[in-house]
Design a protein around this ligand. Structure first.
Ligand SMILES: [Zn+2]
Length: 211
């Protein structure tokens, strides 16, 4: 296993642990219901492979929705700095993993976020954290896109914000509703990005590959 995978796994485990110690009562309650669901699906929840499944699912669901415990505006405010820079700042290819609120199945892909500062910039690592805070909730891709845009607009009050999300939805792919591997793209803009030239520049830059 590559080292980066190990680090990633460790982070995921810590994520579970954090939520775990916080809400054991809810985990027990969700697990109990999943045990009943397994029985209703015709399974035997007492067979070896399924013994710990209800609790695992409960923990996993808590982790996948831990964005409810995060305050995205606070994340931005924690690293907001006065700066005279007024050019476009782009953070692209931010990995997103979310759950569709209609089927509780994953949708995942990439987010590209840009803003044009107006006296304030934000620590670059905070943008992916804001994306994650909204993605780790029950979502639809459209709302995820506008929530990220609105949070950055309201907190930093920049000259403009642009958000583009490209994602695959397992609820479409696994249930055979659309062609396999289709990607859904959503976008949301404010301010300067409403202007064609600025928006085209942004679109060109997110499509640009360094290799
Ligand atoms: Zn769905």
């Amino acid at each position: 296993m590559k080292k980066s995978n190990l680090v990633q796994n460790k982070k995921e485990v810590e994520g579970y642990k954090k939520v775990d110690t916080y809400n054991q009562t809810i985990i027990d309650s969700i697990a109990k219901k999943y045990k009943a669901i397994l029985t209703e699906l015709g399974e035997n929840p007492k067979r070896e492979g399924l013994l710990k499944t209800p609790e695992r699912v409960a923990k996993s669901l808590q982790y996948l929705t831990h964005g409810y415990d995060l305050n995205p505006s606070e994340i931005l405010n924690s690293a907001k700095f006065r700066e005279d820079y007024k050019q476009m700042v782009i953070v692209k290819d931010i990995e997103i993993y979310s759950l569709c609120e209609h089927h509780l199945l994953p949708f995942f892909g990439k987010a590209h976020v840009a803003y044009i500062p107006n006296n304030y910039i934000v620590g670059l690592s905070k943008i992916p954290r804001v994306v994650d805070a909204y993605a780790r909730r029950l979502q639809v891709q459209e709302r995820l896109t506008t929530e990220i845009r609105d949070c950055i607009q309201d907190t930093l009050e920049p000259l403009g914000v642009a958000v583009v999300i490209e994602a695959s939805h397992l609820c479409m792919q696994m249930r055979g509703i659309q062609k396999q591997n289709s990607v859904t793209t959503t976008s949301a803009f404010t301010g300067e990005f409403e202007n064609d030239r600025t928006r085209s520049e942004f679109i060109k830059l997110i499509q640009f590959k360094f290799h």
